[in-house]
Design a protein around this ligand. Structure first.
Ligand SMILES: [Zn+2]
Length: 315
């Protein structure tokens, strides 16, 4: 049966009716007008009512950034919305009368890749989403890994540099500070300041007043040595993080997603190189594959809908 997936992002709420094969049947999106919990709740309810008109829907999965409890009902904490111990599932079930699951957005996206995307042929995989920050998801033995409290797989906060750059989470040296889109911009600005291979970055910055992610990706696209150097540095940090993750999780596959992953092999090559350089017991440790995510913008809604359908089948 079809299910609805809703993905609550920082600037928009996306929703879709998704069938058993992960295909989007219809979709809808609205801007996120406010971080106010009541506005978000009302918008989600309206979207579900609108999407389910004339459809038989088994369940609704809602993906959002934040810590969700192990029973997928309460949002302990969300960085973008004023949710603190929010019983979101109970509230939505009361208003909609349909089974609801709430899932961390990176977990939903990783699950979609596992079911219908780059990971559909493996049982064990790790997804790293390189957006503004770094999101992560782990599938182990065909199951989504959530941890004992539901707050696991926060891979962006894996420490790669003891005493390193301060992170928004309060710790220092997290991979998010070295392997995210924001980190890529920081490195590009440092190269622009230094001159040399950073000349093109510097002239774009002078022309536009500020360097954006789009500027850097355009320069990567035309083979600018400065932008490529920043991308390689980012890739090498991600590769090192992957070797630590491989030592713990032994995945068959790493899936790299997010805006920066549009660079394709230009990103995967330095990731693979740094991974092999730092892999424990290299030569004896089985070597996983690396792939770019396939579902891109739809992963959140597709994964949330699929997780909700599985949940509805078990109750
Ligand atoms: Zn952190």
């Amino acid at each position: 049966m079809r299910a609805i997936g809703i993905d609550i992002g920082g600037t928009k709420i996306a929703g879709a009716v998704v069938d058993e094969l992960g295909t989007i049947v219809s979709h809808n999106r609205r801007p996120t007008f406010a971080a106010e919990p009541q506005v978000i709740e009302d918008t989600v309810v309206e979207m579900v009512q609108h999407l389910s008109e004339g459809q038989e829907i088994s369940a609704v999965g809602v993906a959002a950034a934040g810590f969700i409890d192990a029973s997928q009902s309460t949002v302990y904490y969300a960085p973008n919305i004023n949710w603190r111990n929010e019983p979101f599932r109970e509230k939505l079930e009361k208003r909609l009368g349909i089974p609801i699951v709430v899932e961390n957005d990176a977990n939903a996206a990783g699950w979609a890749e596992f079911r219908f995307g780059a990971g559909r042929l493996v049982s064990d995989m790790v997804t790293l989403t390189i957006g503004t920050g770094v999101g992560g998801a782990i599938v182990s033995g065909d199951r989504l890994f959530r941890g004992g409290f539901g707050a696991g797989a926060e891979l962006g906060h894996l420490r790669v540099v003891p005493g390193g750059l301060p992170c928004g989470c309060g710790a220092h040296g997290c991979i998010e500070q070295y392997g995210s889109g924001r980190a890529l911009l920081r490195m590009a600005n440092e190269l622009a300041d230094a001159g040399g291979i950073g000349q093109a970055l510097a002239s774009v910055r002078t022309r536009n007043g500020v360097l954006t992610g789009l500027d850097v990706s355009e320069l990567i696209g035309v083979g600018d040595p400065g932008a490529l150097s920043a991308l390689r540095t980012l890739g090498s940090w991600i590769g090192q993080a992957c070797s630590s993750l491989a030592a713990v999780l032994d995945p068959q596959l790493f899936v790299i997603g997010g805006g920066v992953a549009q660079a394709g092999d230009l990103l995967l090559d330095p990731i693979r190189a740094a991974f092999l350089e730092t892999l424990p017991a290299r030569g004896y440790h089985p070597e996983p594959e690396f792939a770019i995510a396939e579902l891109v913008n739809d992963a959140g809604v597709v994964g949330a809908a699929d997780l909700a359908r599985h949940y509805a089948e078990t109750i």
